[in-house]
Design a protein around this ligand. Structure first.
Ligand SMILES: Cc1cc2nc3c(=O)[nH]c(=O)nc-3n(C[C@H](O)[C@H](O)[C@H](O)COP(=O)(O)O)c2cc1C
Length: 372
């Protein structure tokens, strides 16, 4: 079934979708995904066709039961429109947001672009979302085994100083704490598409700014584990400084490697595509190598102090397995799903089971970090 739908998606559906602007197609998926997610019958049909289950993919991390290691990364379902349909597609977990204390209508369009030859997307959304309250009140009780996370960042607006930005971010977490029905937080310190007057936004991903942020978050005694979404394009020394700060706070349970790429000189880009690319930053294959190296470095430095999550350029089971062998217990994606189709989640999970078997592992846990 995966092979048939994958063939249909890549050869017919994708060709039609790619005739329209990426912004329009994304909106179309959110609207229709929300509608079909309300139908029990459609959910069942999709689950039967695409969802793949196997005990060897199950793990308990931070007291949460992950039925498989493949999750939807932050940024696709920013207003929680897809919470009902994503479990049927076969995700083990998915992240809503990034959401912010105040709503933001998004950067001036186009907010998305495609670079098919480079296997990348151009992203310039800047935390488009309806605001934490509006988004989280949509979350009803989760009757599925797919876990839900919420990514929180500071509202995209002009701040007088770092303290004002931090206050906004903390207010976001305070607000989110009043809601149930989700399982973990992501702290987004690394969005490259936000207003950045006097480099105030950059401060949050500096060791001093991160320490100040975590100091304040620590006081909230959050009910759920927090994963930090790390920036790409940092040296090992810079990463180590950030991780040293994070490791001092027990409520920081995990690190996610990594957010979007800014660098336009990466030879992985098709020259024509990158020359025409407008404002924004890149997902997909341009993120992959550097995020893998950061992940591997984090595992070598900290072993199991953090649950590591690998993201960036995952299109196949082999891509996901590499991240697992480098130290990731969990893997997220967006771009691979857009290029390969929604059935790819099941394809990746079933492929992982084969790869585990081939290497003689009974459970995914045994493979984590084996090639770090
Ligand atoms: C359309 C789009 C929007 C994104 N928005 C966010 C966001 O709001 N917060 C965030 O932490 N990451 C965001 N990202 C980054 C992804 O979560 C992920 O780190 C990155 O795209 C690499 O994964 P991929 O290659 O599988 O897409 C976004 C990515 C895409 C493609």
């Amino acid at each position: 079934m995966y092979q048939f739908t994958g063939f249909l998606y890549r050869n017919i559906v994708k060709k039609i979708l790619f005739l329209f602007s990426a912004d329009k197609v994304h909106e179309f998926f959110l609207r229709n995904g929300n509608t079909i997610g309300k139908s029990k019958i459609i959910r069942k049909i999709i689950e039967k066709s695409w969802s793949y289950k196997n005990e060897s993919l199950e793990q308990t991390l931070c007291n949460l039961n992950f039925i498989n290691p493949i999750g939807l990364s932050a940024g696709f379902d920013y207003d929680a429109d897809l919470v009902e349909i994503l479990p049927s597609i076969g995700f083990g977990f998915h992240t809503i947001g990034t959401v912010t204390h105040e709503p933001y209508m998004g950067n001036p369009p186009p907010m998305l672009g495609r670079l098919p030859k480079s296997k990348a997307l151009l992203v310039n959304k800047g935390f488009k979302n309806k605001g934490i309250k509006e988004v989280l009140k949509k979350l009803d009780q989760n009757k599925t085994k797919t876990l839900r996370g919420v990514s929180i960042g500071a509202t995209n607006k002009v701040y007088q100083d770092f303290t004002a930005m931090l206050t906004d971010l903390i207010l976001g977490f305070v607000e989110a704490e009043t809601f149930n029905n989700f399982d973990y937080y992501e702290l987004n310190i690394s969005c490259p598409n936000v207003t950045n007057i006097n480099n105030i936004s950059n401060l949050i991903s500096s060791p001093v700014g991160l320490n100040q942020t975590l100091e304040n978050l620590n006081k909230l005694q959050l009910k759920r584990p927090v994963f930090i979404k790390m920036p790409l394009e940092r040296t090992e020394a810079e990463l180590k400084e950030l991780m040293d700060v994070a490791s001092q706070y027990q409520f920081i349970k995990g690190l996610i490697f990594s957010n979007l790429a800014k660098d336009r000189t990466n030879p992985i880009f098709n020259k024509n595509e990158i020359a025409k690319a407008g404002k924004g930053n890149f997902s997909g294959k341009p993120v992959e190598n550097q995020s893998n190296e950061a992940l591997r470095f984090a595992y070598r430095q900290y072993h199991d102090r953090f649950v590591l999550v690998g993201v960036g350029g995952v299109f196949t089971a082999e891509d996901a397995y590499l991240k697992i062998q480098y130290g990731a217990s969990l893997v997220q994606l967006i771009t691979g799903m857009i290029f390969m189709g929604p059935q790819q989640i099941g394809t990746i999970n079933s492929g992982l089971v084969e790869l585990l078997k081939k290497d003689g592992y009974k459970n995914i846990k045994e493979a984590v970090g084996k090639n770090a």
